[in-house]
Design a protein around this ligand. Structure first.
Ligand code: ADP
Ligand code: MG
Length: 263
């Protein structure tokens, strides 16, 4: 049988490709990918962000470029749109926001190829890839096409999400991509108690994620709170790291970016 990774080749100019994944939708992959990309650019790195969530691209909205159409360069490659020092490419920039993309495996495989090799990325230190939820064709296509330096799994803290982390771990191991660690998102909410002091309140019941990660020797890269401002920034279309760089939420993303750059 042909080795499925035989066709793997690096994208010229791109040093490291980092996948942002999760078993479930709605846990904050795109939010983490967008702010991590903007934070890494703030650290002075050359950064790209590829939205590979073919069925539900949300990066164009998070960067306020919903109606932008990328131009085509002389070499027929697509020129990514640059915002907040991040070069961005997404299926959402090519098809109408309200149209559903109905593609099967082989087309997804082609689209991923086009996004990697048909885009004028130039020189990049990091290309972050925002993936669809789960362990499907897009994840597989990415791992087969290019050497992925590492993957991040985003999860919420409760046990329902833990089984998804286990699946993500299994998938990345099978396609020989190192799991850099887990970002626990929406871990807690900071509220004022009756005496006026700030206390952390659990949003989801805390499960055995920490125990599992420890047992498997997987790093927890961050514990991000539920930040109402972060949710707002996603809608407004400016990553919080750029609009409020001194905020607590921005600092958590800058710390995360520092950790990723140090790996
Ligand atoms: N830490 C957070 N604090 C506040 N809102 C968040 C946080 N993480 C994600 N969200 C919000 O949750 C929703 C889902 O996040 P999203 O990144 O689109 O998830 P996914 O890409 O995993 O489907 C979005 O509306 C986003 O703004
Ligand atoms: Mg998403």
């Amino acid at each position: 049988m042909q080795n499925p990774f035989e066709q793997q080749k690096p994208v010229p100019g791109i040093k490291k490709i980092i996948a942002v994944s999760s078993g479930k939708g709605g846990v904050g992959k795109s939010t983490v990918a967008a702010n991590l990309a903007a934070a890494t650019a703030k650290l002075g790195k050359k950064v790209g962000l590829l939205d590979c969530d073919i069925y539900g691209p949300s990066i164009p909205r998070m960067f306020g470029i919903l109606n932008q159409k990328p131009e085509i360069a002389e070499d027929h490659k697509i020129i990514p749109i640059k915002r907040h020092d991040v070069k961005i490419m997404s299926i959402g920039l090519l098809v109408d926001d309200e149209l559903a993309v109905v593609w099967r495996g082989p087309m997804l495989f082609k689209a991923v190829d086009q996004f990697l090799f048909g885009v004028n990325w130039g020189e990049l230190d990091y290309l972050f890839v925002d993936l669809p939820p789960g362990t499907g064709d897009v994840q597989l296509s990415l791992a087969q096409k290019v050497p992925v330096a590492g993957a991040i799994a985003v999860s919420t803290p409760q046990d329902v999400a833990l089984s998804d982390v286990k699946k993500a771990l299994d998938m990345w191991a099978r396609v020989q991509v190192p799991l850099l660690g887990v970002v626990e998102n929406m871990s807690f909410l900071t509220v004022k108690d009756s005496s006026g002091s700030f206390v952390k309140q659990q949003l989801f019941p805390k499960g055995s994620l920490d125990h599992y990660l420890e047992e498997k020797g997987i790093a927890k890269l961050a514990e991000l709170a539920f930040y109402p401002n972060l949710a707002k920034a996603c809608e407004i279309g400016i990553p919080l790291v750029s609009s409020q760089p001194d905020s607590e939420e921005a600092k958590s993303f800058l710390e995360l970016a520092q950790k990723i750059c140090a790996l």
